[in-house]
Design a protein around this ligand. Structure first.
Ligand code: FAD
Ligand code: DHB
Length: 390
């Protein structure tokens, strides 16, 4: 088999890349180790930045997102017995976020690729990358795929990044002493907007997927087992962390999905080795508090598409050579924002000094227009040319 771009991973990064390349007349094959059903059901992100929405719209895959996604013009920070709205419409006029499940984006992209005659191979075992310096190829279950370049879009635990020889990558990382327990519940959201709640008991997040489905997260110890969290314990803890302002009652309903996610900050530089280009979680991870991971994946593949389009149209490798550096500008901004949101809102054991700093910073963000604007412009997403040199 031969293609122009061999793509490893059918997450948001790999699927969107394949579609954007197709729009530029560039051929690709996507190899995915899991089943179509599995990737379409995997519950993860929910917040799309303005720029992500624009990219999906412009690529002609935004129809259902426009119809079913929920545009939000603010979030609430809840702590110390009060709720404080961060109003995007005033602080970053014309910019908003859209709440639309990652698995819905994935479903839309798979449907579109298949309708356009694209090749996505699911349930593909034993993917291995070869000859990354020149004439690269991928092997899987006894087959061989030759390509001009390989896009490693296979997430944090994929094979692409570990295929790069030792000593090439520099890794920067930070672990956090907690995880997130996430649930989906069949109950209308208890508020119209997302609530990021900080309390002595730990962080909690009220989010949603639709007018009928709520999504919640709880800060929990890192080795948490779902077995220790029967429904009643989950609801009791959500109530304790969210029912902290007068007049707010948490609506409860059947829990239809639950998961535990580790919290990690991670960047591997550069995002390229020879003919292999890393994109999305394969190259960088942020803790989910800032809702940036999926959005960064979209920003990466947008740049990779432009670089490959220039290469195939003119033979120039200028944009391909600039790819890693350009992506990393945005990656590091999101790293900082996600680390900042995480340390601002979670509870750390045995750190009374840090606790006072958190409360002081929350008071600042909720009273200073300048500080609130910093949060708002990062949350809705900085422009795609952020950090670009003139
Ligand atoms: P993935 O989605 O991880 O896709 C990689 C794909 O590669 C997978 O389908 C995997 O099966 C496949 N793969 C792996 N190994 C192989 C192999 N060896 N061979 C072939 N295929 C392979 N981000 C946001 O922007 N907003 C949010 O609100 C948000 N909330 C989040 C909440 C939670 C609880 C979590 C866990 C994450 C959240 N994120 C959020 C992050 C977001 O989900 C990820 O950043 C995003 O999935 C990255 O997409 P990706 O395509 O790079 O990687
Ligand atoms: C969701 C996830 C996040 O990480 C976040 O910051 C906000 C919302 C969500 O899944 O809805």
């Amino acid at each position: 088999m031969r293609t122009q771009v061999g793509i490893v991973g059918a997450g948001p990064a790999g699927l969107l890349l394949s579609h954007l390349l197709h729009l530029r007349g560039i051929d690709s094959v996507v190899l995915e180790s899991r089943s179509r059903r599995y990737v379409e059901q995997r519950v993860r992100a929910g917040v799309l930045e303005q720029g992500t929405v624009d990219v999906l719209d412009e690529a002609g895959v935004g129809e259902r997102m426009r119809a079913e996604g929920l545009p939000h013009h603010g979030i609430e920070l809840r702590y110390g017995g009060g709720g404080h709205r961060v109003p995007f419409e005033r602080l970053v006029p014309g910019r908003a976020i859209t709440v639309y499940g990652q698995q819905e984006v994935v479903k839309d992209l798979i449907a579109r690729r298949l309708a356009d005659g694209g090749t996505i191979l699911f349930d593909v075992p034993d993917v291995a990358l070869h000859s990354l310096e020149k004439d690269p190829y991928i092997t899987f279950s006894g087959e061989r795929l030759d390509c001009d370049v390989i896009a490693g879009c296979d997430g944090f635990h994929g094979v692409s990044r570990p295929s790069i020889p030792e000593g090439v990558l520099t890794v920067f990382q930070r672990e956090y002493p907690f995880a997130w327990l996430g649930i989906l519940a069949e109950v209308p959201p208890s508020a119209e907007e997302l609530i990021y709640a900080h309390s002595d008991r730990g962080f909690a997040l009220h989010s949603m997927r639709s007018p009928e489905i709520s999504r919640f997260y709880l800060q929990v110890p890192p080795e948490t087992s779902l077995d220790d969290w029967p429904d009643e314990r989950i609801w009791a803890e959500l109530r304790a962390r969210l029912e902290t302002v007068p007049g707010f009652t948490l609506a409860e309903g059947p829990i239809i999905s639950r998961d535990v996610s580790a919290m990690r900050s991670f960047v591997a530089e550069p995002m390229r080795y020879g003919a292999l280009y890393l994109a999305g979680d394969a190259a960088h991870i942020v803790p989910p508090t800032g809702a940036k991971g999926l959005n960064l994946a979209v920003a990466d593949v947008r740049l990779l598409t432009a670089a490959l389009a220039e290469f195939y149209a003119t033979g120039s490798t200028a944009l391909l050579d600039a790819y890693s550096g350009s992506c990393l500008k945005r990656v590091w901004r999101a790293q900082h924002f996600s680390w900042w949101m995480t340390t601002l809102l979670h509870t750390f054991d045995d750190d009374p000094y840090g606790r006072r700093l958190q409360l002081s910073h929350l008071d600042y963000v909720t009273s200073s227009e300048a500080a609130a604007t910093t949060l708002a412009e990062n949350y809705v997403g900085l422009p795609f040319d952020f950090g670009a040199r003139p």
